[in-house]
Design a binder for this molecule. Structure first.
Ligand SMILES: [Zn+2]
Length: 184
C-alpha cells in the first residue's frame, strides 16, 4: 500500500461509509498511520491510499511518539463551522512539495466513530480544525487545489502539470495498476 499522488482517480472518488469495524479496517488503520508518519504528515485519508472509505488518520503534531495526539476517525462529519475564516498555508501528501494558502473556518465541531465503534465529538481550532477539514474534503473527492485562491492556483499550474505528466508516464510504464477495486 502506498500514498497515491494527483491525478490518481481515487482522489476524486466519493468515499463510502465504513459499515463494519472488521479486522481489515483495523489493519488499514495501522497501515495509514505508518504511511502518514513515514511521510511526515499530520493527516491521511483512505482515498489517498486508494481505498474509497470514509476513514482518516490524524496526528495533530505529526509526532509518532505522541500517541495522545493520534486518532483514527471513522465516518467523520463536520456538524458546525465557525464564521471566522483563517487564511493559512497547507500542503497535501498527494501533492508532494506543493503548498498554498487556503481559506477555511477557524473552528469546527466534528463527530466520528473511533475504532471501538464509540461515537466521539470534539471542537477543534486553528491547525487541528484545518486538518479535519482537509481530510474530510478528501472523503468527498475534494482537493486543496479546488480551494486555492486565484493566486495560489496560478502559482500551482506548473507543479500540477508536472504531477500529471509523472502520472501518465507511470501509467504508460505499467507502474499504476488500472484495477482500483478495493481489496475488502
Ligand atoms: Zn491531502
Amino acid at each position: 500500500m502506498k500514498i497515491v499522488h494527483y491525478p490518481h482517480p481515487s482522489l476524486r472518488q466519493k468515499a463510502e461509509p465504513v459499515t463494519q469495524l472488521s479486522k481489515d479496517i483495523q489493519i488499514l488503520a495501522e497501515k495509514m498511520l505508518e504511511l502518514m508518519y513515514e511521510h511526515n504528515g499530520v493527516g491521511l485519508a483512505a482515498p489517498q491510499v486508494a481505498q474509497p472509505l470514509r476513514m482518516i488518520a490524524i496526528n495533530f503534531v505529526g509526532d509518532p511518539e505522541q500517541k495522545d495526539q493520534e486518532l483514527i476517525a471513522i465516518n467523520p462529519v463536520i456538524i458546525e463551522a465557525s464564521k471566522t475564516i483563517i487564511d493559512d498555508r497547507e500542503g497535501c501528501l498527494s501533492f508532494p512539495n506543493l503548498f498554498s494558502r487556503v481559506r477555511r473556518p477557524k473552528r469546527v465541531k466534528v463527530q466520528f466513530y473511533n475504532l471501538k465503534g464509540e461515537l466521539m465529538e470534539g471542537v477543534f481550532e486553528d491547525l487541528a480544525a484545518r486538518i479535519w477539514q482537509h481530510e474530510i474534503d478528501h472523503l468527498d473527492g475534494v482537493l486543496f487545489i479546488d480551494k486555492m485562491g486565484t493566486v495560489g492556483r496560478d502559482a500551482s499550474k506548473r507543479a500540477l502539470k508536472e504531477f500529471e505528466e509523472a502520472y501518465y508516464e507511470a501509467q504508460k510504464n505499467g507502474e499504476i495498476p488500472k484495477d482500483l477495486t478495493p481489496r475488502f
